[in-house]
Design a protein around this ligand. Structure first.
Ligand code: B3K
Ligand code: ZN
Length: 877
């Protein structure tokens, strides 16, 4: 599937693999410094194919020590070995044959953390997307499904626990203090879902009985002494299993479900069949060391990986272009789970805010790509917010367009028809079309047209008639993937002066209007509502029913009225947020003006204090968008110092103008001594903490934050206090004392020390770069540990525009140097962190030029990895 330049993979070149791999037998001999892998494949030329085909297997940085076909060692001339491939000539073309290959690996030296590697003495694998080829030679592509049987052998003292996919089989002792275990996975799977873990681990066990009566042993393995911190993750797992049965009729399908938490991991977690491997950040929690945000994150990631068992594992992707088939759909499922377990409106707002903060800049910058890309050079660079989060929005739109029953019927058909297959987006969409008789051809453009459409709404009212004009526009953008009008489901309501929704008759020549949704399918549509007693308030794009940039020139009065009265909670947040965004963009461009923005602040303070709204929602209302998000809204010639000044001025004004009600609010939300991580308690803490920054800034006094830090009984409150001190009173004795105290308290706890690094790296202060450079030499800093690299370098680049884009260019140059150093150890993580440069063109000219120079310096480096090179080149394009 590689084209002439040998680098770019193209969707249109897809063709099935020439051979079937009926079974995979793997035998691992794990030893200190060296691991041997014996692989025995049963293969067969794909039936119905014409002509002879070489057997082509992928490989990457592995040494082959022997090779045999049908038991006979293969002579040197009968195969060709290159750094990327093993090509075997003269394999049987009729019937089944056996290929045996032995490879030798050095997991201890594997700092890329792809394939088999060692972390804190534990052997662990990561195979998605192309890591299996770093273990043995194999057709390492998602459409080759096989049955796996795995034998693992190791020293019993070093690795009392030996795990792989599927159900456990024989195990036993061997001479010399060694032992072995056999695992058998009855479900055919692609190589990217293979996993092996071996080590000396603690375990938390539990059990679950499925609706169909299958008894499943559940286990979460952790580093020594930490299993107690996995209790919430276990609870989240059981809730996920119940939810998938109820909501989607999906039951678990093995006798055992294992999760292993490790501290060196390139991403959040991995859904390997029956053996999920997790970054320990998404497993380990207790109130002293984890925030409410961490609890919510664990719940989401545990659910996400569990849900992959059906959307990803039982039904997988034909090729990596179809990645959103499993990722977008599984994000949709985990979002729905959190909405059902917690608060639907709060979850929706959090997802929308995250989409706009992470996916919109990607979709509007040089790394833009369609939800289903058609080209890639390095697939690991396409595990993006576009594939995941916009992909989830597309599934959500299908559900909105078809309604709950139609959507569920389509999902049922998808599960029934494609179980056990590697399939495509077309096949997925066809299921919904068939069960509902709906033509989704136009809707499917969302998968191929990159970029964020703009939805412009105009309204006029005259003599009892409201006329709306909706138009959609999509720039060709960098990817120039086309701009045909798409199907935008636009949820709306007309809201009366009393806050009641008005049921008015709607007519449109262009758009279908039904069940509170305008189906915009043309470039422009006019909708006329008649018989209205008075001008209603237009509540539009409710629940963010389509991932668009909304341009709606609604008066500040209408927005403020909706902020007070809209019966839809999402819409109330959106109304305040619209006012706040206008305020912040105006302040970043022209300076903050209390005279101009006083009413916005009143609306925010009033909504934050409205006891009819749940506290978690009020906390979101009271929290201003971050500087990166404000910069995105400013869009052109961004000056990060002006953005920072605007945000601080607005926060201070909120604290000053809202002093009375906000202080009373804080008082009324005194924290419980008995911590409970439930959503309602977390919401109370979030609201109380959201008003700490404005009140402290207005008072010009770190006292309240310092007192909160010192008196905190849980990490949420402690970190909230610390963050106000370090971010708003940088360099003060109170901030420095608290930082020293924090380090002393949590020195031995890696996950908490990550927070200590991150909070300092994100301080919007003049000397943050120098501080980060010093921290990078701190004994606790380890560039090779992805969490640590992300906490210091990643958060500096992603969340501290003031320091990263310092006018002298030294922030960007520092990050570029660090990325080049990281690239030598771990290209995937380096490439991920490099995406922080993606907004460089929106900066003002001096900073823009500095950023270009930093990117060019990376590009000039010799021996840059394919991963980092791909990001740097596309970013510079
Ligand atoms: N499927 C994995 C991500 C793999 C990333 C490879 N670069 C986790 C997830 O999305 O659930
Ligand atoms: Zn996923």
């Amino acid at each position: 599937m590689r084209n002439e330049d040998g680098q770019t993979i193209r969707l249109e070149d897809y063709r099935p693999y020439d051979y079937l791999v009926h079974s995979v037998d793997l035998d691992f001999t794990l030893g200190d410094g060296e691991t041997t892998v014996r692989s025995r494949l049963i293969l067969e030329r794909r039936p119905g194919e014409e002509g002879y085909a070489d057997l082509v297997l992928d490989g990457d940085e592995i040494e082959m020590t022997s090779i045999a076909v049908d038991g006979a060692p293969l002579e040197a001339g009968l195969y060709e070995l290159t750094p990327e491939r093993l090509v075997i000539q003269a394999v049987p073309q009729e019937g089944r044959f056996t290929l045996e290959v032995v490879t030798r690996l050095e997991p201890e030296k594997n700092s890329k953390l792809m394939g088999l590697y060692r972390t804190k003495g534990v052997w662990c694998t990561q195979c998605e997307a192309e890591g299996f080829r770093r273990i043995t030679f194999f057709p390492d592509r998602p459409d080759v499904l096989s049955r796996y049987r795995v034998r693992v052998e190791a020293d019993r003292a070093a690795a009392p626990i030996l795990l792989s996919n599927g159900n456990p089989g024989e195990r036993g002792e061997l001479p010399g203090g060694r032992h072995f275990a056999v695992w058998d996975d009855p479900h055919p799977k692609p190589s990217y879902l293979f996993a092996l873990v071996a080590g000396d681990l603690d375990v938390l066990t539990d059990g679950f009985t499925t609706a169909g009566g299958r008894k499943v042993d559940l286990a979460i393995y952790t580093e020594k002494g930490l299993a107690g911190r996995a209790a919430y993750a276990m609870d989240a797992l059981k809730r996920s299993m119940v939810w998938d049965e109820k909501r989607f009729g999906r039951e678990y399908d093995l006798d055992i479900f294992n999760i292993v938490a490790v501290s060196d991991f390139n991403m959040g977690a991995m859904e390997n069949k029956g053996l999920n491997v997790f970054n320990h950040k998404y497993v380990l929690l207790d109130p002293q060391t984890a925030t409410d945000g961490d609890y919510a994150g664990v719940e989401t990631v545990i659910a996400h990986e569990y849900f992959h068992n059906w959307t990803g594992n039982r039904i997988t992707c034909r090729d990596w272009f179809q990645l959103c088939l499993k990722e977008g759909l599984t994000v949709y499922r985990d979002q729905e789970f959190s909405a059902d377990e917690r608060s639907r409106a709060v979850k929706r707002i959090a997802s929308v805010a995250s989409l706009r903060a992470h996916q919109f800049p990607e979709d509007q910058g040089p790394l833009q790509h369609p939800v289903r890309p058609t080209r890639y050079r390095e697939i690991n660079n396409f595990y993006t917010a576009t594939v995941y989060d916009k992909g989830a929005e597309l599934v959500r739109m299908i559900a909105t367009i078809l309604g709950e029953d139609g959507f569920r019927a389509g999902m049922d058909l998808y599960f029934e028809r494609h179980d056990g297959e590697a399939t495509t987006i077309e096949a997925f969409i066809a299921c919904f079309e068939e069960v509902t008789g709906t033509d989704l051809t136009q809707f499917a453009l969302w998968y191929s047209q990159a970029g964020t459409p703009t939805l412009t709404v105009r309204e006029s009212f005259e003599a009892g008639t409201l006329t709306l004009t909706l138009s959609q526009h999509l720039d060709g953008g960098a990817a120039q993937t086309g701009t045909a009008p798409m199907h935008l489901p636009v949820r709306f309501a007309l809201v009366g002066p009393d806050g009641a929704e008005i049921d008015a008759k709607a007519e449109s020549a262009e758009a279908r209007v039904a069940d509170g949704i305008i189906h915009l399918t043309t470039a422009e549509a006019t909708i006329v509502f008649t018989g209205l007693a008075q001008r209603p308030l237009l509540s539009i794009l409710r629940d963010f029913s389509a991932p668009v940039t909304l341009v709606h020139e609604q008066s500040a009065e209408d927005r403020a009225a909706l902020a007070r009265r809209d019966p839809n909670d999402y819409a109330r947040w959106a109304a305040v947020n619209g006012l706040v965004e206008t305020m912040l963009v105006g302040a970043a461009r022209e300076g903050f003006s209390e005279a101009r923005d006083g009413e916005t602040i009143d609306a925010l303070v009033e909504a934050a204090g409205d006891e009819n709204l749940e506290p978690a929602l009020r906390a979101l209302i009271a929290t201003l968008p971050g500087e990166v998000e404000i910069a995105r809204l400013v869009a052109k010639d961004v000056d990060p110092e002006a953005v920072h000044a605007a945000r601080i001025a607005a926060l201070t004004a909120i604290g000053r103008l809202g002093a009375g009600p906000l202080a009373a609010l804080r008082e009324s939300l005194a924290t419980d001594a008995d911590f409970s991580p439930d959503a309602a308690s977390a919401g109370q803490r979030a609201l109380r903490n959201a008003v700490l920054a404005p009140l402290s800034l207005a008072a010009g006094d770190p006292g309240a934050a310092a007192a909160q830090y010192a008196g905190a009984t849980n990490m949420t409150d402690r970190l909230a206090g610390l963050s106000v001190l370090v971010h708003h009173f940088a360099g003060s004795a109170a901030a420095e004392d608290a930082l020293a105290d924090f380090y002393g308290r949590f020195e031995t706890d890696d996950l908490v020390i990550d927070k200590w690094f991150a909070i300092q790296a994100t301080a919007p202060a003049a000397d943050t770069l120098e501080r980060v450079a010093a921290l990078q030499r701190h004994p606790a800093f380890r560039l090779a540990n992805p969490n640590r690299a992300r906490s210091l370098i990643g958060s500096f680049a992603a969340a501290n525009p003031l320091a990263f884009h310092r006018a002298d260019g030294r922030g960007q140059a520092f990050v570029a140097e660090q990325l080049v150093a990281l690239d030598r150890l771990n290209p995937q993580t380096a490439a991920r962190l490099a995406t922080s440069f993606r907004t460089w063109r929106s900066l003002e000219p001096i900073r823009r030029e500095n950023a270009r120079a930093a990117l060019a310096a990376m590009q000039d480096e010799k021996s840059l990895s394919k991963d980092l090179k791909d990001i740097v080149e596309r970013t510079l394009q």
